[in-house]
Design a protein. Sequence first.
Lengths: 302, 237
Amino acid sequence: MLQTMSATDTTLPASALANIREPLTQRPATRIFARLTDRLIGRVRYLLSPLTGLMLPLAMLVAWEAVVRLGWVSAHQLPPPSTLAATTWELARSGSLFQHAWVSSLRVLAGFLIGASLALLIGSLVALVRPAERLLDPTFQGLRAVPSLAWVPLLLLWFGIDETPKLVLIAIGTFFPVYLATFSGLGNVDRKLVEVGRQAGLDRGAVLWRILLPAALPGIFTGLRAALSLGWMFLVAAELIASTQGLGYLLSDGRETGRVDFVFIAILSLALLGKLTDSLLRALEHRVLAWRDVADLQETSA
Amino acid sequence: MNSALLAVNLNEKRHGPRTVLRDVAFSVGAGEIVALLGASGCGKSTLLRAIAGLDTDYDGNIQHSSGRTGFVFQEPRLMPWLNVADNVGFPLGHAKGGHPRVAELLDEVGLTHAAHFQPKQLSGGMAQRAAIARALVSRPDLLLLDEPFSALDVLTRGRLHRLVRDLVRKYRMGALLVTHDPDEALTLASRVLVLDSTPGPFREALQVPGGADDPTRLALREKIISALAQTHQEYVI
């Protein structure tokens, strides 16, 4: 193999070598052009990349409008995007859409804050204090097994139909993912880092605050994000059952009055708000956890 | 030797049913580097952890008058969420990267330019230098080193040897270096202790003459290696 290769090398005429080299050295114009087009394509791709995720929804919108306009589906069953836009404008102008969205967001925020902070507190306690783990963890694992919606009748009986049962339901729903993430996150911290703290003479509180919590933060953030999306889920459950305001109310109002467009708008608003709040939390995560030395999986697999 | 900084008198140390250390006695004086050699699994690190107070479950007594120890682990063990300066200042408290003592030590280990780097940006040698600075930040009089150079290339290792020797001299600390490398022990230490693989007193305790070109060094090296070879043999059989 080696021999044949070296044989062809030596028998190759000098003019052939010159020909191979020629396009690179002798025609700078084509090279510049090729580079420019490469750059242009790269630029277009860069500008389009955020739109990639929008292509499918946009195509669906067009198809949706077409299907209704062509009369294949009744506008009563499926209001076309144009009708939805008009109703949205109407609801937005009267301010009621923002009112609903605002009330719902506040409920999720309050419930999430209560649930997540309790979970952080109790999760830390259970992870660090063995008697607390023995005492509390079995109970929490048991309670976790209860589908959170099963709490609704009880909460209504206990707290009536005002804000309290809604906040409690959301707090319960957001508690468990954060509790689990805190508990397991703290349990998985590298012993070697903890040893550094003990060697430096840190007490238990300082070890928790300065080593365990920061080290467990990546896991805790995953729990927080899971909890937030669950918070929106339980919000809808709570508002569907008993409320006079909020996006869940808009849903049930739409159902009762036959306004499918209200239902669609409520669903869209929930999707938008859910995505928006998750993005905010994710941005915070990126800021707080910038120190992580992680592989860019999409980069390495490409 | 001048008055001992650290006096170890360990009767027995067990890991569960297994005795790891028995009848280990030695002392370390100020300004002295003592190297501790032995086959893997013979209890070198266990001894170091007991001296550091990370492990208090032993029979015997370890006296260290000031109690201020600095520990350099085998891996740098920097907190990945803190920059280099805050890592060095870690034993002083939260966000102590701006402490004058930190700046002084960063200068000493040659990391002033990297004060605001994240640990993930550091090379192995830089990370270990940061770890050495962190071990010194609370002004210990005893430095414990647990094979801190084993993961480094020859040049970096040589540079860190000089660094540690100079720092020990400058701050008049005592240092106890666990290593598996006889040459490293001879380069740094003024005394070399070889632990047996079966629990018991030191198999060999050698004084290292000063001056790197001392002709007795070669003989000393042979002696250490043969002692190590014997412990290894026992270990295998």
